[in-house]
Design a protein around this ligand. Structure first.
Ligand code: ADP
Ligand code: MG
Length: 650
């Protein structure tokens, strides 16, 4: 072993988990399922799996994480701790990226990936221990894994399951796991003094920047951790804090932390700041419990986070900035007291905290679009979804909506059974709208193109518009514009990128984010490999723009909108909601009908990634949904469709 190994080992031995090492191992050996609770940073994620690795001979250990970044980052840390190469004994598996090998025995993976593996291996037979980490987050996938594991444990008496969490919902977990034993890792927390603002803040971003700068100037040594909601505002805040720190001459290291940040940049948050300098880390709530950063003494908490919310009535799923829960607020404050007494500055009033923050975050399962869940449960052979042993059952309405949508997509039949199409859709780790599009694309000889478009749609927007060169960027992007709209423009950009000589240079010249383009290339490769395994046909046909749009309609015919009579607004077909084309769109005019990939709500409701669609294509693709006489469409939409009808008939 290297000298570094022994240095790290020394610091590992000081982690609270090490005091309970033997107890943890004994508990897992004696009981099929058990619960382990410990403060963030006590060593649950990095240490406990290593303790177990020595004791459980042949099988592998799976450790699930709700977040991709956490799986990657923790696996890389553990590989370092064990002095092995990442991807050998220790690896990670996340959607679109497999960093494991034959010799991998400790596998950090997203909960979604373990769920996916169950499709081909329902007994999880390669594992001898399954650790469900960060269980308090109650993600959709973890909740489903709970239910599946309960059954698997009955059929595999030698299998062990350990539920780990940072918060105190222990009783709930114990109850669900029929009295599983509980081990509490004693905390080692220093007091944290908490401050509230006297009045509500109008602009939380400005307030957060201001607070960081004030702490930097007026408070003693210690790092600052500031929570914000997303990549864009984090980068903006970092630039501002950096600028102001330069003015005051303070030696400051400002570091962003969010999930789409490249690995090597993420890692920069862990090492201690250089002598005499202060680290200011501006992070999403990934730093709340998933990743531990030592040395934080000050926490700045605006009390917000981004949450995916789904409204079953309107079918709209949107990432919205929402207030955090009281439990989250406590977790965030706790980040300040790990090394010594700290301070937490909450950018909201005491009254807001007491009256407006919910006690705990709602489990994802009761606020999500369930169609992807239903389809994967069906594929796993769980037919009676209504009686599935959910820790918290979703509402019957959400369940009904999901079944209805899958029925519309042709994924389930009138009996509620998975159809052949549905079963093929379940092979792809993407939303049912997209997997339906993929199946349609293979039937319409445009699979290669559609996979590229879907890859581009699944990564953060690739077109960058730096503030200093917006005009030049817009000019460059125009080269990719397709008159049909965004889907085909994304394809143009992707194809040009792939066939360019120097990709780095190409991205620079054309104002494309190289990171996002690379990621899209990777996603396309993964999807293509699944398609190959599933033996989907692929041929390059003619009339590509027609077939591609036709394939997208197959998956997205419910996500279309028509221009209203005033010619100003669009109304969605599903619920006549008023929407507008997103300002970033390549569409130059306002076509009668558009298909959109998603809606985003900012100052108003926008359709992001929209493509013009001839109405007759809609009628042809889904006569049930679009029959102008029968369906409950808006009067004006019906008029447009009726006009299109004779064209279809002829
Ligand atoms: P928990 O899961 O209980 O929140 P972790 O196992 O994630 O705790 O972290 C335990 C400790 O390991 C942290 O306090 C930190 O000191 C150290 N650690 C974790 N990840 C890294 C990393 N990437 N670089 C350096 N130290 C790390
Ligand atoms: Mg952890």
């Amino acid at each position: 072993y290297s000298k570094r190994f022994f240095e790290i080992l020394k610091s590992r031995r000081k982690l609270p988990c090490w005091q309970k090492r033997q107890e943890a191992v004994d508990m897992v050996q004696k009981h099929q399922s058990s619960v382990l609770i410990g403060e963030t940073g006590s060593g649950k994620t990095t240490q406990v799996p290593q303790f177990l690795l020595a004791e459980f001979g042949s099988g592998k250990i799976a450790v699930t994480q709700p977040r991709r970044v956490a799986a990657m980052s923790v696996a890389s840390r553990v590989a370092q701790e064990m002095d092995v190469e990442l991807g050998q004994e220790v690896g990670y598996l996340i959607r679109f990226e497999d960093m494991t090998s034959e010799s991998t025995r400790l596998k950090y993976m997203t909960d979604g990936m373990l769920l996916r593996e169950c499709q081909t291996d329902p007994l999880m037979s390669q594992y001898s221990v399954i650790i469900l980490d960060e269980a308090h987050e109650r993600t959709l996938s973890t909740d489903i894994l709970f239910g599946l594991l309960k059954e698997v444990l009955q059929r595999r008496p030698e299998l062990r399951c350990l539920v780990m969490s940072a918060t105190l919902e222990a009783e709930k977990f114990q109850e669900y796991w029929s009295g599983a034993p509980l081990l509490r890792i004693p905390g080692r927390m220093f007091p944290v003094e908490t401050f509230f603002t006297l009045r509500p803040e109008k602009d939380y971003l400005a307030a957060a920047v201001e607070t960081c700068c004030l702490i930097n100037v007026h408070e003693g040594p210690g790092d600052i951790l500031c929570f914000l909601c997303g990549e864009e505002e984090i980068e903006k805040a970092c630039a501002e804090i950096e600028g102001r720190a330069e003015e005051t001459g303070k030696n400051t290291l400002v570091l962003p932390l969010y999930s789409s940040l490249p690995m090597n940049q993420q890692r920069r948050v862990f090492p201690p700041a250089p002598e005499g300098a202060r680290k200011i880390i501006v992070a999403t709530n990934i730093a709340e419990t998933s990743l531990t950063i030592d040395g934080v003494v000050f926490v700045v908490d605006p009390g917000l986070f981004k949450q995916m919310l789904y409204n079953p009535r309107t079918h709209v799923e949107s990432l919205l900035v929402s207030p955090i829960s009281k439990a989250s607020a406590m977790q965030r404050a706790g980040r300040a007291g790990r090394t010594r007494p700290g301070k937490c500055f909450r950018l909201y009033t005491l009254e807001t905290f007491e009256k407006e923050l919910p006690e705990s975050t709602y489990p994802e399962i009761i606020r999500s679009n369930l169609s992807a869940v239903v389809i994967s449960l069906k594929k796993l052979g769980v037919d009676d979804i209504v009686h599935f042993d959910f820790m918290e059952p979703p509402s019957p309405e959400a369940m009904m909506r999901a079944l209805e949508m899958l029925h519309f997509l042709g994924a389930i039949d009138d009996e509620g059974d998975l159809t052949d199409v549905g079963s093929r859709m379940a092979d792809f780790p993407v939303d049912p709208h997209l997997s339906r599009t993929i199946i349609a694309a293979s039937e319409r000889a445009c699979l290669t193109e559609v996979l590229a478009i879907i890859a581009m749609l699944s990564v953060p927007p690739p077109f960058s518009r730096p503030r200093y060169a917006q005009k030049a960027a817009d000019r460059a992007h125009k080269h990719f514009a397709s008159g049909y709209g965004d889907h085909l423009s994304l394809l143009n950009a992707f194809q040009a990128y792939v066939s360019s000589g120097s990709k780095t240079q190409f991205c620079q010249e054309n104002f494309l984010s190289e990171r996002n383009m690379k990621q899209a290339e990777n996603v396309r490769k993964q999807l293509a490999s699944i398609a190959r395994k599933a033996k989907l046909e692929d041929a390059s046909g003619e009339m590509l723009t027609h077939s591609i749009r036709r394939a997208f309609i197959e998956g997205f015919f419910m996500q279309c909108a028509h221009l209203d009579e005033s010619g100003k607004h669009y109304l969605t077909v599903r619920d006549q909601q008023m929407v507008a084309i997103h300002p970033s769109s390549f569409l130059q005019h306002k076509p009668e009908w558009v298909l959109y990939h998603e809606t985003v709500v900012t100052d108003r409701c926008y359709m992001r990634n929209a493509t013009t669609i001839p109405p007759e294509m809609l009628i042809e693709a889904s006569p049930k949904f679009y029959h102008p006489e029968r369906c409950k469409l808006h009067e004006h939409a019906r008029k447009i469709l009726r006009r299109a009808l004779p064209r279809v008939k002829s």
